[in-house]
Design a protein around this ligand. Structure first.
Ligand code: UGA
Length: 435
């Protein structure tokens, strides 16, 4: 089966490489010549564990290739995936669909023979209808069907999520297209992964509902963590105590500095806007987005408190900048708001992150960068852990203590044990464990 992937960003590249690994002949397309050239040279534009090996292997087996030639590639394809970005539109929070619609126009020009056009980008309800209209208008003669197939992969675990999905959602209203999609996902079908076949609009909404629900779960436990601090309870035990109830589930109940990344903030905003447009506001998600925004900056207050109320003239060492570990992605990372608040309070900020420092330079100013955790701590007045990279879980605490001017640690991901930190004579604060 020939598959064309329009857009070689995060989702396009991971999906393209995994579909090639399933045995399909996949061509990833991008209009960015430099990106395509560097992919051809084996250089990945993003950091994702296992991706370079997976791409390299499939390129060697001639199942995966890269091009800027959209029209020629689409003409040969049985299925064309649209995996371009849908960023928040400046000003109103709606998803910006201009890349999706441009892709639809370009695809229309290349269609040859029955082709399934699959929207993988996260798109608001009704986008599939518009994609279909655009293609039909440009090519009244073409034989095609438009399908919605949202992606649920997480950065840092993307390959595993693609190959071992909890479910595959397919909004497909045409029998022939259903057969093509079953063939695309044949190995997963044979492995009995759950398939949800539904209408196109339902599939589009399912993606937003999933992300909004997960964002709500995180925000819920974050607010319970705040209450735990007031009443002297332990949020991790609360999370375990409720998560063992199968109806609740134990995942996405880690309290922390608030969610970030390229999906939850953007997708909750887009869902809020769609719901308002249809006069059916989802107030719970409106509240979640507002609470999460406030939370990120509020985390700086923990640092102020640990330093006796003010950080003016102090040096703060920050470990972890990305919105979560195993990525170089800084988009909407809580670190941005926290560090800005510390700087506004008059602090000088030292930072170290294993992968995120290049991206951080684009969004934060006046930081001092270090290339290991210990030099970052040297002569700093407190240590703040913002992202739970594995290498921060096993720091040499005696060494850290000897480097800091005072043994103060603010652990915003709860990766250390408060009892042990007390034994080691740290002045330790965390999120919702009474420390
Ligand atoms: C998220 C979803 O998990 C994926 O299923 C979805 O496909 C993806 O968005 C998308 O729409 O493309 P991702 O943004 O990569 O994936 O990252 P997550 O692992 O979900 O983490 C998001 C944020 O929530 C991070 O800032 C993380 O630190 C935070 N988080 C997560 C918590 O604070 N607590 C938790 O218990 C879990």
């Amino acid at each position: 089966m020939h598959i064309a992937m329009v857009g070689s960003g995060y989702v396009g590249l991971v999906s393209g490489a995994c579909l090639a690994d399933f045995g399909h002949n996949v061509t990833c397309i991008d209009s960015d010549v430099r990106k395509i050239d560097s992919l051809k040279a084996g250089k990945m534009p993003i950091y994702e564990p296992g991706l370079a090996e997976l791409v390299g292997n499939n390129v060697r087996h001639k199942r995966l290739s890269f091009t800027t030639d959209l029209i020629g590639t689409v003409g040969k394809a049985d299925a064309v995936f649209i995996a371009v970005g849908t960023p928040s539109r400046r000003g109103d929070g709606h998803a910006d669909l201009s890349y999706v619609y441009q892709a639809a126009r370009d695809i229309a020009a290349g269609l040859d023979g029955f082709t399934v056009v699959v929207t993988k980008s996260t798109v608001p309800v009704g986008t599939g209808d518009e994609v279909e209209r655009i293609i039909r208008e440009a090519r009244p003669d073409a034989e095609f069907a438009v399908v919605s197939n949202p992606e649920f992969l997480r950065e840092g675990a993307a390959i595993d999520d693609f190959k071992r999905p909890d479910r595959i959602v397919l909004g497909v209203e045409n029998e022939r297209a259903k057969e093509v999609m079953t063939e695309v996902y044949r190995p997963l079908y044979l492995n009995r992964a759950p398939f949800v076949f539904t209408s196109r609009r339902t599939s589009e909404l399912t993606k937003y509902a999933a992300n909004a629900f997960l964002a709500t779960k995180i925000t819920f436990i974050n607010e319970i963590a705040d209450l735990c601090e007031r009443v002297g309870a332990d949020v991790q035990d609360v999370a375990r105590g409720i998560g063992l109830d199968n109806r609740i589930g134990s995942k996405f109940l880690h309290a922390g500095p608030g969610y970030g990344g390229s999906c939850f903030p953007k997708d909750t905003q887009a869902l809020i806007k769609t719901a308002q447009d249809y006069d059916s506001p989802i107030r719970i998600v409106e509240m979640v987005a507002a609470v999460n925004d406030q939370r990120k900056r509020a985390m700086a207050r923990k640092v102020f408190a640990a330093l006796g109320g003010s950080v003016r003239g102090k040096t703060i060492a920050v470990l972890g900048l990305t919105f979560k570990p195993n990525t170089d992605d800084m988009r909407d990372s809580p670190a941005i708001s926290i560090i800005t608040a510390l700087q506004d309070g008059g602090a000088k900020v030292n930072v170290f992150d294993p992968e995120g420092m290049d991206q951080a330079r684009l969004v934060l100013e006046d930081l001092t960068y270090f290339y290991d955790p210990y030099s970052c701590c040297d002569a700093a007045d407190a240590l703040v852990i913002i992202t739970e990279w594995d290498e921060f879980r096993a720091l040499d605490l005696e060494r850290v203590k000897s480097l800091l001017t005072a043994p103060i640690m603010i652990d915003l991901r709860n990766i250390y044990d408060p009892a042990e930190m007390e034994r080691k004579q740290f002045r330790y604060s965390d999120v919702g464990r009474g420390a």
